[in-house]
Design a protein. Structure first.
Length: 508
């Protein structure tokens, strides 16, 4: 009768717990614990059914054994449900976080106490059991030494909070990974290559683990070094300035904006033999899952920044001394550069009608300007000194207004940009950034101006493009629709053309 009362109470509690699981956020282990309670409950139901007919079929000793099992099940289910109410519901509502292992230890101890009490109530001599089991316990303890060490290790790891899920760690073997779960016996660590390491907890406690990027009260960031070498001919001040400026210009995914990446000269001659200085760029990694991508982009930026500044990366000393440039070789290199610039310029609409000589003299004055993906080529509001001819790659044009930056257009090679500020003698109207790795040619403003004066029809072509772009800029800033936009274009084109002509003192 009493057991039927328990059966009804547990049934109600299990239904309530199932509703909680359905409608309220619970601890991750709640579902497993509920399933365990349901299984035990089914066991109890079966036992109660058996007990109803057992007295008629089996001996009283078996019946009392079954009753003992029934009481045991009632206690275990009660403890399970109570633990769920306390740990999964009350603690959750109070936002009290606890290591999962604490739940297991408390419930485990409660089981032991309850079983001992039940045995005592049934007249079992606990003291004699403890005495005989001591020897067995010692034997088992010795044979399970390492397992017990791991279990105690797991307990210590969870209780002192030194490792928790989500931490990125490096083991003494050099393997790095993200802690997924600290379990009783082992800890699961997932490497970046998608493998899972199962590290026994006692081993984890017996080595120095590096917790990557974890500092007291600081955001999760880890300092990473990128080393490179540059020839002695270039001053360390110039090298560090060029690299740091390029790295500060535009953000890099996975690299902290603050503290900024910074470069230092580490040594002037490694081992006193090399003919180059050693540099190191330090940056703070924020994306621990993809350190290789950030490191590669930082290297790309360093490479192009040095290339733009015409600072070559160092070559081994032996190769360095035998490859000194003679004047003839220099001249050949220059001729090659001019020929390649001519080819690139000729592909751009506005330069199509230039004669071979005109193209050649323009190409002799230009500058090759490589830019890596994500870098800003020119910024809105900056002073303009060059027209950029886009030879390879794709750029985006962004304009800032009302506190936010919006994309106005994207340009693909062959094309040009930077004409607005040059023709109007005003600051840059927009920011242009590289969407891919980009190769540009920079035409200096004086040479561009001289060209327009010699070939006024180019000014007309450029002004036509400029008018379209300016209207698109206005449309973005003022939100014009397609009709209003096309009405504006003609008026703007005429107005801009006459302003440009006046500015360049061109005839009609
Ligand atoms: P400038 O103002 O010198 O510098 C930024 C450049 O972005 C600008 O010249 C144009 O070349 C380019 N630009 C501005 N607006 C547009 C647009 N709507 N479409 C394409 N390019 C543009």
């Amino acid at each position: 009768m009493q057991q039927l009362l328990w059966v009804a109470t547990f049934g109600g509690a299990i239904v309530a717990a199932a509703l909680v699981l359905r409608f309220l956020p619970t601890q991750p282990g709640f579902r497993v614990r509920l399933r365990r309670s349901v299984l035990l409950y089914i066991g109890l139901l079966l036992l109660v059914a058996v007990l109803a007919v057992a007295p008629r079929i089996v001996s009283p000793t078996v019946v009392s054994g079954l009753e003992f099992a029934g009481d045991l099940l009632i206690i275990v289910i009660s403890l399970n449900l109570l633990a769920m109410a306390i740990f999964d519901l009350a603690f959750r509502m109070l936002r009290f976080r606890y290591p999962e292992i604490v739940h297991d230890v408390v419930v485990g101890l409660a089981y032991v106490v309850a079983i001992v009490w039940l045995m005592h109530r049934s007249g079992v001599n606990i003291a004699s059991i403890v005495a005989t089991s001591a020897v067995a316990t010692a034997v088992i303890g010795l044979s399970l030494q390492s397992t017990l060490g791991s279990v105690i290790g797991g307990l210590a790891l969870q209780l002192d909070d030194s490792l928790s899920a989500g931490d990125w760690i490096e083991l003494e073997s050099g393997l790095q990974g993200c802690v997924k779960q600290v379990r009783w016996r082992h800890t699961l660590v997932e490497t970046r290559d998608g493998d899972t390491l199962i590290v026994p907890n006692n081993q984890l406690l017996n080595q120095t683990i590096k917790n990557l990027g974890k500092r007291d009260e600081s955001p999760l960031q880890r300092r990473v070094w990128v080393n490179f070498n540059v020839d002695f001919r270039y001053s360390p001040a110039e090298v560090t300035r060029v690299v740091d400026r390029a790295l500060a210009e535009a953000s890099i995914p996975g690299v902290a904006a603050t503290p900024r990446p910074s470069t230092v000269c580490v040594d002037l001659a490694g081992a006193g033999r090399d003919s180059f200085a050693f540099y190191g760029t330090r940056y703070w990694l924020t994306d621990f899952a993809n350190p290789d991508v950030a490191s590669s982009v930082v290297r790309e930026r360093i490479y192009v920044a040095l290339k733009r500044a015409r600072i070559p990366l160092a070559m081994p000393a032996a190769a360095h001394f035998v490859s000194q440039d003679e004047p003839m070789r220099e001249e050949r290199k220059r001729e090659k550069a001019v020929a390649s610039a001519m080819q690139a310029l000729a592909r751009v609409e506005i330069f199509r009608d230039l004669s071979h000589e005109e193209l050649e003299s323009l190409a002799a004055t230009v500058d090759v300007w490589p830019v890596s993906r994500g870098e800003v080529i020119t910024r809105q509001g900056a002073t303009a000194n060059w027209l950029y001819v886009l030879v390879d790659g794709e750029v985006e044009v962004r304009v800032e207004g009302a506190g936010e930056e919006r994309r106005v257009n994207t340009l693909s090679a062959p094309n040009f940009f930077g004409e607005m500020a040059l023709m109007a003698g005003a600051p840059r109207e927009a920011t242009v950034a590289a969407l891919t790795d980009v190769r540009c040619i920079r035409v200096d403003k004086d040479h561009f101006r001289a060209l327009l004066q010699r070939r006024p029809e180019i000014a007309g072509d450029v002004a036509a493009v400029l008018a379209e772009r300016r209207v698109a800029l206005m449309a973005t800033r003022e939100g014009l629709d397609a009709d209003a936009k096309s009405r504006r274009v003609e008026g703007e084109r005429t107005r801009i053309l006459s302003t440009v002509k006046a500015f360049f003192a061109l005839g009609d």
